[in-house]
Design a protein around this ligand. Structure first.
Ligand code: PLP
Length: 427
């Protein structure tokens, strides 16, 4: 694979952008590779600066569920371009997107648009604290909720580790209020709530985890979170920035029939443009300014270009059969990858829900971040490099999920499985 142009661009980027990238994982450091600079995309394919064509399983880290350059989304964006791209005043598209989300996600009665998933979770946490008058946040190890100070606590395994900022620059005074528990550890959660439930403002969770690799909730885990938060007057926040409109039309909450108090969205809801949103119970959302006292604002929030792309995407994914079709393709891919590994005698642990999938290089089972870390990372890195050489574009980290889009056809899925078959033999 030619990479001269990408390498040249990366060298330039490294002199003027920290690490050469505007978001860390893109730099491909953990896999020891240099990033490919992308020039354009179409459907399931990316075309890089050196003219390589790659089958894309990153999908801009989640948003591109329709594939790249979907004509309906492009038309919607084009119509906005002809009217002006930002007014800082209300537009009809904001109302339409709010109504659409509310119609698809039963727990959401009111919703506020922001510009990223990070902003959505930060705002939802502030709202939960403002509403309950409490400060403590409970999260789970290996879950990612954006880069807000309160969420950057990776407590490692074990119960409720305190006072450990996960990043320099985050005051201990802030993370003191964040308690992080092992994902799927129901006993630890029960014990924590019994001891400190009355101090907890919110419990936030990736209801299907995608940021430690793909990890599904164990039977009863999410309903336990629901019961215990209700019992102690804490709010339950489902961070569906990744899973919303990805695992199913109604998100994880629709799939498992659990109603959180607040939900956060991003990625698909913006159709590839910068959007996030938080919403939920009307009585809680009524506390958001200017309806209530909890302050949150944004110069570009509800931006018409972003609303148009999001709304067009939401309309396309609401078509009958959309998710069945996507899930079928994803299952075929995951079964093919598992079979390729089996034939090469490589222990892997594959799983998917909807069009979100993952594969760990361990025999599993993987229920937590600690389990995920038993994956053979040397083997993952070799797999990543081998697949990229064969023009299969995967996330450059074991601890990320993969995404299939509507634009992936059986030809792309088959080519991916064939590539995996030959790469697995070399691992
Ligand atoms: C991506 C992601 C975020 C952060 O969203 P950004 O738009 O990157 O700020 C938050 N939560 C989850 C679950 C995510 O996957």
């Amino acid at each position: 694979m030619r990479m001269e142009r990408s390498q040249e661009l990366f060298q330039r980027a490294e002199t003027c952008i920290p690490g050469g990238v505007n978001s860390p994982v893109r730099a491909c450091r953990s896999v020891g590779a240099a990033p490919l600079f992308i020039e354009r995309a179409q459907g399931a394919w990316l075309y890089d600066a050196d003219g390589n064509a790659l089958i894309d399983y990153v999908g801009s880290w989640g948003p591109m569920i329709l594939g790249h350059r979907h004509p309906v989304v492009e038309d919607a964006i084009r119509r906005v371009l002809e009217r002006g791209v930002s007014f800082g005043a209300p537009v009809d598209l904001e109302v339409a997107l709010a109504e659409k989300v509310i119609s698809l996600v039963p727990s959401v009665e009111m919703i506020r648009m922001v510009n990223s998933g990070t902003e959505a979770t930060m705002s939802a946490l502030r709202l939960a604290r403002g509403f309950t008058g409490r400060n403590v946040l409970v999260k789970f190890d290996g879950c990612y909720h954006g880069h807000g100070d309160s969420f950057l606590v990776d407590a490692g395994s074990g119960v409720a580790t305190l006072n450990i900022p996960g990043s320099p620059g985050v005051p201990g005074e802030v993370t003191r209020h964040t308690l992080s528990l092992p994902y799927n550890d129901m006993d630890a959660f029960r014990e924590l709530m019994a001891a400190r439930g009355g101090e907890v403002a919110a419990v936030i969770v990736e209801p299907v985890a995608g940021n430690m690799g793909f990890v599904r909730p164990r039977e009863g885990f999410l309903s336990l979170l629901r019961e215990e938060t209700q019992k102690h007057g804490a709010l339950l926040i489902f961070d569906e920035v990744m899973t919303g409109f990805r695992v199913a039309l109604g998100g994880v909450q629709g799939l498992f029939g659990i109603k959180p108090d607040l939900s956060t969205f991003g990625k698909i809801i913006g159709g590839g443009l910068p959007v996030g949103a938080y919403g939920g119970r009307r009585d809680i959302m009524a506390h958001v300014a200017p309806m209530g006292p909890v302050y949150q604002a944004g110069t570009l929030s509800g931006n018409p270009l972003a609303m148009a792309a999001g709304l067009a995407t939401m309309e396309e994914i609401s078509r009958p059969g959309f998710y069945e079709n996507l899930e079928e393709k994803t299952l075929k891919l995951v079964e093919g990858l598992a079979a390729a590994a089996k034939d090469a005698h490589i222990p892997v642990c594959c799983d998917s829900i909807g069009s979100m999938f993952g594969m760990f290089f361990t025999k599993g089972p993987v229920h937590s971040f600690a389990d995920a870390k038993t994956s053979d990372l040397m083997r993952f890195n070799a797999y990543y490099a081998g697949m990229r050489e064969k023009c299969i574009y995967l996330a450059p980290s074991q601890f990320e999920a993969g995404f299939v889009s509507m634009a992936h056809g059986s030809a792309e899925i088959e080519a991916t499985i064939q590539a995996a078959r030959s790469v697995m033999k070399t691992l």
